[in-house]
Design a protein around this ligand. Structure first.
Ligand SMILES: NC(=O)C1=CN([C@@H]2O[C@H](COP(=O)(O)OP(=O)(O)OC[C@H]3O[C@@H](n4cnc5c(N)ncnc54)[C@H](OP(=O)(O)O)[C@@H]3O)[C@@H](O)[C@H]2O)C=CC1
Ligand SMILES: O=C(O)C(=O)Cc1ccc(O)cc1
Length: 426
């Protein structure tokens, strides 16, 4: 029997998921969280074989062969500074934070030179089955033997391992995660600003509107620090989120000014570059109306209200401006990103629907005030990320979170089911 001990520092949602999966696969796990959670964790894991809860990260670091830091991205430097020096000689250390630049910098700064570094990142939330989801592995400073050991340990997740450098990881996840979240965060902000619960308005129920609504609620039901950390600390994210906000603003101005030809040219050029150039012509669409309709939080109306889909038009415009081919980023895709790409594709590869959205943008003013708030919101989130301001990010996030909170249980249930069914299709 392998005597390797896996250490986990940070037993939040992801740390617990890792601990459970690893122990179920027969690995011995030494874990801790902050001191105040010791008794609760001891109780929670008392019946689970192979998991020992420690008082702090010193005990975990001294006794484990491969230690995974699973703490808030913002806290990584402080926590590694605290426990790093206690790492067992020749052990392997990695992190599971969503942004690798600060994590790797913290390891280089604080770990003894005999310690090896292999990081990872599960590209899904704690309630998604890791099987077949991407799991990034970063071999930063490690012998073949240590690298092989990490791969062997993580094999039990059944995830698709993707080997990247820290820099590649951050560049790709700025798109697959940070910009995707910026779009949904902005939708929630706009609905809140207009005092709307979207599932109560027929124009936001059914088809791709369900994805907008369910994913927005899913994001706001999570912890703010996950989204703040991966956006604010990722060196590539600011530029990408800023471009998204600029695309939203530019397109909104074209709508307001009634500049149909210019709007149409811009959108169709962007669509051609992003979708045709990616060789998607002839490929089946990832999502369909029938597949999407079943995941409504409200009653699906008989007739669909045409929407200009500013959030989706701007996403494709943003990819075009940044020369991003989103399909190339599938290797680092989260379920949310795949759904987001699925709905943009659904709009852009359906010429009648795209024309309808352009006509609606120019002629129908039903969405004007929603789009105004959406534009403000996209710029507000972009500023917040650019200024690197964790505390105003938290305030913004939590205000909107409390507005939508009553619907989280149902949205989580419907959202989980939607992800389970649709992610297979994407
Ligand atoms: N949630 C998700 O969907 C995903 C998250 N991630 C990443 O994984 C990491 C963890 O996320 P998640 O589990 O969701 O967040 P949680 O907030 O649930 O867990 C983080 C835990 O680390 C604890 N912690 C902080 N400082 C220390 C310390 N000095 N010693 C021991 N424990 C400490 C926190 O305690 P306290 O709360 O008291 O600060 C908290 O319990 C983050 O970096 C996140 O970006 C990656 C993939 C998916
Ligand atoms: O799928 C998403 O984008 C999520 O919101 C869940 C998530 C959050 C943080 C990660 O580092 C990975 C996945």
């Amino acid at each position: 029997m392998d005597q390797t001990i896996i250490g986990i520092i940070g037993m939040g949602l992801m740390g617990k998921m890792y601990a459970r999966k690893l122990s179920a696969a027969g690995w011995r796990v030494h874990a801790c969280d902050t001191r105040d959670k010791l008794e609760v964790l001891e109780q929670e894991f008392s019946g689970i074989p192979g998991i020992v809860i420690y008082e702090d990260g010193y005990g975990v670091s001294r006794s484990s062969d491969y230690i995974i830091y699973s703490v808030e991205a913002e806290a990584i430097d402080k926590v590694v500074a605290q426990y790093g020096r206690a790492t067992k000689k020749h052990a392997i250390v990695g992190g599971q934070t969503s942004c690798k630049a600060p994590e790797v910098a913290a390891f280089e700064r604080h770990l003894p030179s005999d310690v090896e570094i292999v990081s990872c990142h599960s590209l899904h939330g704690p309630n998604v089955d890791p099987k077949d989801q991407p799991l990034v592995i970063i071999r930063h400073r490690a012998s073949q033997e240590s690298y092989d050991l990490v791969r062997k340990v993580l094999l039990c997740f059944g995830s698709k391992m993707v080997v990247l450098t820290a820099e590649e990881h951050d560049r790709i996840t700025a798109d697959t995660q940070a910009v995707t979240h910026a779009a949904f965060l902005s939708m929630g902000t706009a609905w809140r600003a207009n005092n709307q619960f979207p599932w109560e308005l027929t124009r936001y129920v059914g088809g791709i509107e369900n994805v907008k609504c369910n994913i927005t609620l899913r994001i706001y039901s999570n912890k703010w620090h996950v989204y703040a950390g991966l956006a604010i600390l990722n060196p590539s994210a600011k530029k990408q989120i800023r471009q998204y906000a600029e695309s939203v603003t530019d397109l909104y101005k074209l709508m307001l000014g009634g500049h149909k030809r210019e709007l149409e040219n811009r959108i169709k050029t962007a669509g051609r570059v992003v979708f045709d150039a990616a060789g998607r012509e002839g490929e089946p669409l990832m999502l369909s109306d029938e597949a999407l309709d079943q995941f409504s939080l409200g009653k699906v109306p008989k007739e669909r209200t045409p929407n200009n889909h500013l959030s989706l038009l701007a996403m494709v415009d943003c990819w075009w401006k940044l020369r991003i081919v989103p399909y190339d980023h599938m290797i680092c895709s989260t379920p949310l990103f795949r759904l987001w790409l699925g709905v943009t594709e659904y709009l852009f590869r359906n010429p009648a629907l795209l024309d309808e959205s352009i006509n609606t943008a120019i002629e129908d003013h039903t969405f004007r005030s929603d789009d105004l708030e959406f534009t403000f919101a996209a710029r507000g989130w972009s500023d917040c990320v650019s200024f690197g301001d964790f505390s105003s990010y938290r305030d913004r996030f939590e205000q909107i979170q409390s507005y939508f909170a009553p619907r989280f249980p149902e949205a989580t249930r419907v959202g989980n089911e939607m992800i389970r069914v649709l992610v297979e299709k994407t």
